[in-house]
Design a binder for this molecule. Structure first.
Ligand code: C2E
Ligand code: MG
Ligand code: MG
Ligand code: MG
Length: 279
């Protein structure tokens, strides 16, 4: 009967709720242990200048070395960590590691002018005292501020325009570089773009992946490159996997690329090896 169906549904719903809450509690504990036990590791994906064909920097990408699961990727834990604000200590760890690593590469001349890009969560801005943390890490690492690039997503920036103008200007005053990540996916208000003191647009990998065959993705990619030229900011394409994609972006005068065509994100020592071979 309808009544019984309703009852069953309710039970089903209730069980699902319970397991979802249970899962969240476990995840929170697991992340807590991971923070205590230093189970996070920063990997580095090279960024290549298309004019010189040299590695000019890297994006820092966090991985979780889980005791039993092995390597866990950000898509499986970042949103949980944001919900619980555990992304704050995780993000601070990534920033510290990334600044220290690039300082080492700058100083040893392995990558004398190399720039390190670090992803920042909106939670770090809203609740994590980001400006002080960045100031502190620059001081501790002695990294040249111009060699730190802070990545904020287009979605965050466009959903928090007043707050972003403030924080981006404060960061800019420290001398760091600023990039808009996942550009093209976040409903940009083009008139607002000129208000932000940004240095770079990162074309989202969802556009790169079907170049050069998909006419619409070609049109969008060309428009972002033209927008970058007009705004006098650099443009980097992420998610470049094939020679065809690389050649298309080169022909279109995209400034930089990043993607599996060159390399996945690597552990420190493998990144150093790659730079020495490649550059
Ligand atoms: P993102 O910042 O847009 O980073 C690019 C993602 O694309 C990375 O995934 C990278 O490994 C992947 N990727 C690079 N080249 C290719 C390619 O050629 N093909 C494909 N299919 N993928 C490619 P990853 O490392 O899994 O990170 C996913 C997202 O998690 C990042 O997207 C970023 O939003 C977030 N994330 C990673 N590390 C951090 C961090 O330290 N803090 C914060 N807040 N978020 C992070
Ligand atoms: Mg990024
Ligand atoms: Mg991105
Ligand atoms: Mg992303």
């Amino acid at each position: 009967s309808a009544k019984n169906a309703g009852k069953n549904q309710f039970h089903f719903y209730k069980n699902e709720m319970t397991s979802e809450i249970y899962e969240k509690v476990i995840m929170k504990q697991e992340l807590n242990d991971a923070i205590q036990n230093n189970e996070f590791e920063v990997y580095y994906q090279p960024q290549i200048d298309l004019k010189t064909n040299k590695i000019i920097g890297a994006e820092a990408l966090v991985r979780w070395n889980h005791k039993s699961l092995g390597v866990v990727y950000p898509s499986d834990f970042i949103s949980h960590a944001e919900e619980t604000k555990q992304i704050i200590p995780i993000g601070e760890f990534v920033l510290k590691e990334a600044c220290a690593f690039m300082k080492k590469l700058n100083e040893s001349k392995i990558l004398e002018k190399g720039i390190i890009s670090v992803n920042i969560s909106s939670i770090q801005i809203k609740h994590g005292n980001l400006l002080n943390k960045v100031t502190e890490e620059l001081k501790v690492s002695k990294l040249n501020p111009a060699n730190l690039d802070i990545e904020l997503t287009e979605t965050y920036i466009m959903e928090n325009i007043q707050e972003s103008i403030l924080i981006l200007n404060e960061l800019k005053n420290l001398g760091v570089k600023l990039s808009i990540d996942d550009f093209g996916t976040g409903y940009s208000s083009l008139s607002y773009l000129k208000l932000f003191p940004i240095d770079k647009l990162k074309i989202d990998k969802s556009f790169s992946s079907s170049l050069p065959n998909d006419k619409k993705d070609v049109a969008i990619t060309r428009s972002i490159i033209a927008l970058g030229k007009g705004l006098e900011v650099k443009v980097i394409a992420e998610g470049v996997e094939t020679l065809e994609q690389k050649e298309f972006l080169e022909k279109e005068n995209c400034d930089e690329i990043q993607g599996w065509f060159y390399s996945k994100a690597l552990k420190e020592e493998d990144f150093i090896k790659l730079v020495k071979e490649f550059n």
